[in-house]
Ligand binder design. Structure first.
Ligand SMILES: Cc1ncc(COP(=O)(O)O)c(C=O)c1O
Length: 393
């Protein structure tokens, strides 16, 4: 579906709030912490363009503390180690980041990877000698599906979010099977959560539950520790892959779980063995971001409050996919004309229309809305009103 470009309604250049500010050159940095992005006073909202896309759920992409950790590390040491950690490329900053991640998630161990996508590949490669099958939630992200393929194991799929469908697939496996069940914790394209508690109940003692919690980390669970925290799960069969490029506003990924499983990842996964870790400044920034989320529980609560508020204010319509537990909402317009009207309504109301095409979403494109803890309540209310009128018009 082709959506024409929205017309500009204001003459003067709109201010865009919430985008990453480009970093100035290093020598210009006075080392003075900057203020994080703040919600705008309601009187000025109409003259700004508000970003409601992306994955900066906690609004940390301008965070002064994370930025300082990043800049300090790049100013004071080597930029990178120039080799895979499995050879000569290890560094204390990587080990420090891994400890911070594992401690934050209250899990025994973590393995850092250059991206979240690689973390998923590393899970599947790390467990390929252990598992006999990969059983994949049909809506799992591309990297989970690719990981399943790369494992070389037989792949089975079940209807997304449907624990009964999972159970019936698992029942068909031979008694000796050791299935690796794979899913997203929070579905990043349409919002909503996989019922991890039910998936875990369906799992045989000899299996594993692999949760790609790229969109859950920082956004769900009482303290932002992600989907397992939301469901109160602790289980040695649970393995997560995460990215730090979303709520934690940095980059890089990690696999987290039982220490012996992490050892399999370190010793078997090509995506770890044959790939360099992220630059050292990223590792330092990840550590800072993890500590930041730990110290800012109010941000997590605020995001969750906004998500509930938005959900309550949205009309109930078939075009809208929303779950009050998550900050992501998808809108699938029924035709190009409706998409165009919503685009115009959003633009008029000061929002950058979040129209995207993405693997796993509808082929022609869709609106993917991502709330941030730094949005104001009045922005969220206005957004819901705009969607109501834009879809009705
Ligand atoms: C569910 C999910 N997993 C993994 C990734 C990949 O993360 P990264 O961008 O760090 O490679 C994404 C990125 O969009 C994602 O949505």
């Amino acid at each position: 579906m082709k959506i024409p470009k929205p017309q500009r309604t204001a003459r003067r250049r709109p201010r865009v709030t919430g985008l990453r500010t480009p970093l100035p050159p290093l020598q210009d940095r006075p080392g003075r912490p900057e203020q994080p992005a703040q919600p705008q006073a309601s009187g000025t909202e109409q003259s700004e363009q508000i970003v409601i896309s992306g994955c900066d759920y906690l609004g940390l992409s301008d965070d002064a503390v994370i930025r300082e950790a990043w800049l300090n590390a790049s100013a004071s040491g080597p930029l990178q180690t120039g080799a895979s950690r499995a050879t000569t490329g290890d560094h204390p900053l990587y080990r420090r980041a891994e400890k911070a991640i594992a401690d934050f998630l209250n899990e025994p161990a973590a393995v850092l990877t250059a991206t979240g996508y690689l973390a998923s590949l590393a899970v599947a490669q790390g467990l390929r000698d252990q598992a006999t099958h990969v059983v994949v939630d049909a809506s799992a992200h591309n990297c989970v599906q690719d990981g399943a393929r790369l494992s070389g194991l037989p792949i089975l799929s079940f209807a997304s979010g449907d624990a009964r469908a999972l159970r019936s697939v698992l029942r068909e496996l031979p008694p000796s099977a050791r299935p690796l069940v794979a899913t997203d914790g929070v579905y990043g394209i349409r919002g909503g959560m996989a019922p991890l508690n039910e998936y875990l109940l369906a799992l045989p003692a000899s299996g594993w539950l692999w949760v790609d919690d790229a969109h859950g980390l920082g956004s769900v669970g009482p303290t932002g520790r992600g989907s397992p925290e939301f469901f109160g799960l602790r289980d040695s069969r649970l393995i997560r892959s995460v990215t730090f490029s979303k709520a934690l506003a940095v980059a890089g990924g990690a696999v987290i779980g039982d220490a012996s499983l992490m050892e399999h990842v370190r010793t078997r996964a090509g995506a770890y063995l044959g790939s360099s870790a992220p630059p050292l400044a990223i590792a330092a920034a990840i550590t800072a971001a993890v500590v930041r989320v730990h110290r800012l529980p109010g941000r997590v609560r605020r995001l969750q409050e906004l998500a509930r508020r938005f959900s309550n204010a949205l009309p109930s319509r078939p075009e809208i996919l929303n779950d009050p537990r998550t900050p992501v909402t998808a809108i699938h317009p029924r035709d190009a004309a409706q998409a165009q009207r919503l685009t115009e309504a959003l633009t008029q109301a000061g929002f950058v229309p979040p129209w995207i095409c993405y693997p796993g979403g509808p082929g022609g494109g869709f609106f993917r809305i991502a709330l941030k803890a730094t949005h104001s309540r009045s922005q969220i209310d206005r957004l819901a009103r705009t969607i109501r009128t834009g879809l009705n018009a």
